[in-house]
Design a protein around this ligand. Structure first.
Ligand code: SIN
Length: 333
């Protein structure tokens, strides 16, 4: 009888005044989402939408703080901060994971994907989805792929053919593949965090860069780069990641709702990314500060021929399975 009463009292929280005896009493789970881009970009929109939906559906139980524009961590520190548990959600560009798995380097190979639709198909295939789990041993879990877009080459001088890049210095993300890509053009590359790109182009520390339109416009890179060649030579997409121990420690019911929200946000980000990039391309064109150079098929083939030897340098470490699946994604069947 006593045991029954004790159980009843405990379940009502009557014997532990002040103690957190049910979900309503518990402090909300705090998710800090740090990123390095502006709000008005595919990733910036995604982070804010995620916060909004969490407030609507998990308010009181989960709280999301968004820290954009490298305001909490720059891209050189954010993954270490995630592993330490100082931040709980990030969406680094796929080029930033090289130190945790060589497989994700597949996304950096120039001209591997014919277009962004092929990238999306690969990400949805079983091989692409498996890559979300490729950093588990480093306590990093991939939750989704978020799109940005294809990269364009900008510079202080017109780049029409690969030889035009010879001798110039290009800012790159921290990626050996991207270093090899510019070496194949006999150009220099300088690894810099995203937050330093605009300053480095303005000061002349580097003469060029590679970015999708949304990053060019939101960082105002077109005001310091008089020429932008529409090369579409590589992809810049993201992986939404969390600290694995943190993520799997979230109570099941709350984590399921968070995963449902992430699915919804992913759909929204991925269906609006192309439109945002197109709109930013139009804004860059309207600003009139840089000339947009459209390449002929023959010119684009010349860039492809110059950069493609990089594949052979990396395909062994990326692995034949991933390489085959990525190439097969170019066929839309
Ligand atoms: C980003 O879009 O998150 C930044 C990519 C870069 O470092 O170029």
């Amino acid at each position: 009888m006593f045991k029954t009463m004790l159980a009843a009292c405990l379940s009502l929280g009557l014997l532990l005044p002040g103690a957190a005896t049910n979900a309503a009493d518990q402090a909300p789970i705090l998710i800090r989402f740090a990123h390095v881009v502006a709000d008005d970009t595919p990733k910036g929109h995604g982070a804010l939408l995620l916060k909004k939906l969490v407030e609507e559906r998990l308010g009181g139980r989960v709280r999301v703080e968004v820290h954009g524009n490298s305001s909490l961590y720059g891209d050189a520190e954010e993954l270490a901060a995630l592993q330490r548990g100082d931040v709980q959600l990030l969406a680094p560009s796929l080029a930033k994971f090289q130190q945790y798995t060589p497989k994700l380097q597949v996304f950096d190979l120039p001209f591997l994907f014919d277009d962004h639709e092929a990238v999306a198909r690969f990400q949805q295939k079983p091989t692409g989805r498996d890559l979300l789990m490729s950093m588990h041993e480093h306590n990093i879990v991939g939750l989704a792929y978020w799109h940005n877009g294809m990269k364009q080459l900008s510079a202080t001088q017109p780049l029409r053919l690969p030889g035009d890049a010879k001798g110039l210095g290009f800012r790159i993300q921290s990626s050996r593949v991207l270093e090899a890509q510019f070496a194949a053009l006999q150009a220099q590359s300088v690894k810099l965090p995203f937050g330093e790109v605009a300053g480095a182009l303005k000061s002349g520390k580097v003469q060029g860069a590679e970015n999708p339109w949304s990053n060019i416009y939101s960082q105002q890179l077109h005001t310091v780069q008089p020429y932008i060649s529409e090369t579409n030579h590589g992809v810049l997409d993201y992986m939404l990641v969390s600290n694995a121990r943190f993520w799997y420690g979230i109570p099941h019911e709350i984590r399921s709702e968070l995963e449902a929200i992430i699915d919804e946000v992913t759909l929204a980000v991925n269906s609006e990314a192309a439109r945002l990039n197109e709109a930013d391309r139009a804004r860059v064109a309207a600003a009139g500060t840089s000339r947009i150079i459209a390449l002929s098929d023959a010119e684009r083939s010349a860039w492809r021929n110059a950069m493609q030897p990089v594949w052979q340098q990396y395909e062994a470490e990326i692995g034949p399975l991933v390489m085959r699946a990525a190439k097969a994604a170019n066929r839309s069947l």
